[in-house]
Design a protein around this ligand. Sequence first.
Ligand SMILES: [Zn+2]
Length: 93
Amino acid sequence: MSQVSHRLDGNVAAGPLATLFAFDITTTRCTCATCGAAALFAEYHAYTDAPGTVVRCPRCEGVLVRLAETPGHLCVDLRGARLVDVADSDGAT
Ligand SMILES: [Zn+2]
């Protein structure tokens, strides 16, 4: 990616995704489907200057998550996440 603008961390995507998931996605460990690297969701890079929000892998720039909000709808594309690992509420996996 040659142009970096308005890049934030994955925390910016947590608000809209809280509608979909019953857990705090920022604490999940996600595996990138493109390169296989795993990291906490909050460590991924979020770009909010596209139509919707795009969350990219900091290692390979592969797209992990795309999300778009329209009135009454939240559309999420998770195909770039090979695995989303949610720890039990007591922290055990
Ligand atoms: Zn990657």
